[in-house]
Ligand binder design. Sequence first.
Ligand code: GLN
Length: 493
Amino acid sequence: MELNNLMAYELLEKIKNREITIQVVIRNAFDRIEKSDKLFHSFVNLSKEKALKKAKDFDSNIQKSRKIGRLLGLPFANKDLICVKDFPTTCCSNILQGYQPPYNASVIEKIVEQEGAIHIGNTNMDEFAMGSSTETSCYGPTYNPWDLDRVPGGSSGGAAASIISNQAKIALGSDTGGSIRCPASFCGVVGLKPTYGRVSRYGLIAFANSLDQIGPITKCVYDSALMLEIISGKDPQDSTSVDIKVDKYTEEIKKSVEKKTVGIPKEFFSDGIEPQVKNSVKNAIKKLESLGVSSIEVTIPHLEYTIATYYILCMSEASSNLARYDGQRYGKMSQNLEGDVFDVFNRTRGEKFGAEVRRRIFLGTYALSAGYYDQYYIKALKVRTLIKNDFQEAYKNCDVIIGPTMPCTAFKIGELINDPIQMYTIDILTCPVNLAGLPALSIPCGFDNDELPIGFQIIGNYFDESEILNVGYQLEQELNIFRKIPSLTKGGM
Ligand code: GLN
């Protein structure tokens, strides 16, 4: 049976109908990883023995017709900053080498413990999720399965690469300024950043608390809806999670989109956006119109300030969050213990954090320091409110806001890593969503001349995940490109 091209929900059907055993599914996932991960480097740690044992137990439980989980037997890839009990969770940083959390994140409890997905390993990411290319990982980069010379996007690059190459069927990422949607766009998969508060962050190792959200990375919108249904909801362990009704997203997506209105911000099509990206997105808008959707122009006037605002805030929060890693309270200590305790703290942090993380700690500390706090941090908070208001103004006239996810397609490895400003600039269309706390979905809408995927972004109003998934699903069906896979991953790979 050709397992590899099945969507997660299709594989689930086969498992439930006992057309295939879970042991075959999980063995197949590890076979693929063994063959292909030399090329892609999606994973940083695997959980083979435990996964195979679980598969065996589940197979015998199915025979006994015990309760069947909603994700039963699906190979699940976790991002390396979401805590899995007794499994290395390192944020792809040298400072967390050897760390094994004593507890599961709430999302892991739900996906794995309650619904029966099988954790096959942790995926590669930028160190502490700081980046857009998965090049700052202490384990080295992930390679884009569509073109091995290119980045998979970031920071959840390993997760997106593992989904498009069929190593895993479902994955989790985290999105602070685009880290789910950017790799989804560059790898041609579906990435969903939920509303801030929709999904519990308990057990997510923090980068910037007021912006971080966990979300699914999958092959298709249905799989994304299914995962969101499971991971959403109030969690007493996370006081920022919200008690708002969780819709049956897998049903909501099937509704007609006729008579809906999509808003197209004129700023999302400025000169900085590559022409092929613009064309592909415009083409997808026409498809939506053919489904009875009307489109109107809207405006996000403060978009030009989003990069500065986002980077001041995320660096400030990161500098505070990462203060705990000193080798004493948290993190792995330097081998060299010369000098007093502060010498050892400084040496540890200097040695174990990578260059990008150190840069952000410096800049964040500066923005928060006395004398500059009002000028940078407080000012950025004020602009954040203006950006939120821009979106609220736009939603008076439309149901969802659409545009490209990224201004470009996947770039070459090494191309931007030494030009941080340029690297930050490509987050222009994703980070406003985090500043406002809104939900957004990225789905593939086409390919450029180099056969690289292009992402289409659908941004909803607060807790309107049903709306974005509905529009995304109907567009996905109409475009019908979601089964396309990179030629490198065909056959045995
Ligand atoms: N590229 C952004 C950054 O480097 C987003 C990262 C993220 O969402 N975790 O901050």
